[in-house]
Design a protein around this ligand. Structure first.
Ligand code: HEM
Length: 144
């Protein structure tokens, strides 16, 4: 048998293997792309760690029950990325109304989130998809 004739079945086997690997990840939600709940928990922990030490915004979190906030954030991010969670917390408008947040505060939190996603090893494109889902929320969160 000539070399090309031998290579053809090999190529087919390789394509089948790749196809199999792909269909094992048939769920292409952002939630799966991020790495599911454990990855979201890692990101939220990193975000809260950074935000509560960030001189630009840490004072907002002084009276906050961080355990409750962590749960709400994980559920919210899980739900908006297509994961199997229900967010049962406050609306973004209600939760932030009394804080008088500016665009600069919002940007500071987004920077902390980007740092947390970098530290969690999330690919740039995946980070972008999550940020694109959160960005429109500034309309309800930024009030001055
Ligand atoms: C896209 C941006 C943001 C998202 C997705 C988000 C999400 C949330 C969620 C899910 C809650 C819990 C709501 C509840 O009480 O049930 C919350 C509360 C809170 N957020 Fe945000 N937030 C954002 C921006 C910000 C910014 C910019 C700040 C301040 C710089 C901030 C500070 C807080 C604080 C301090 C609480 C707790 C309030 C309390 O103690 O009752 N958030 N946020």
């Amino acid at each position: 048998m000539k070399a090309p004739a031998l290579l053809a079945p090999l190529a087919v086997a390789l394509l089948c293997a790749l196809g199999g690997a792909r269909s094992a990840h048939a769920d292409d939600s952002l939630y799966s792309q991020l790495g599911g709940k454990p990855a979201l928990e890692l990101v939220v922990d990193g975000l809260l760690q950074r935000a509560t030490q960030d001189a630009r915004i840490k004072d907002f979190f002084k009276e906050t029950n961080l355990k409750y906030l962590r749960t709400q954030l994980v559920d919210q991010l899980c739900a908006v990325t297509g994961g199997p969670c229900r967010y049962e917390g406050e609306t973004m408008a209600n939760a932030h109304a009394a804080m008088g947040l500016s665009q600069a505060h919002f940007n500071a939190l987004v920077e902390d989130l980007q740092d947390a996603m970098d530290a969690a090893g999330l690919p740039f494109a995946t980070q972008g998809r999550l940020l694109a889902l959160l960005a429109p929320m500034h309309r309800d969160i930024v009030t001055r």
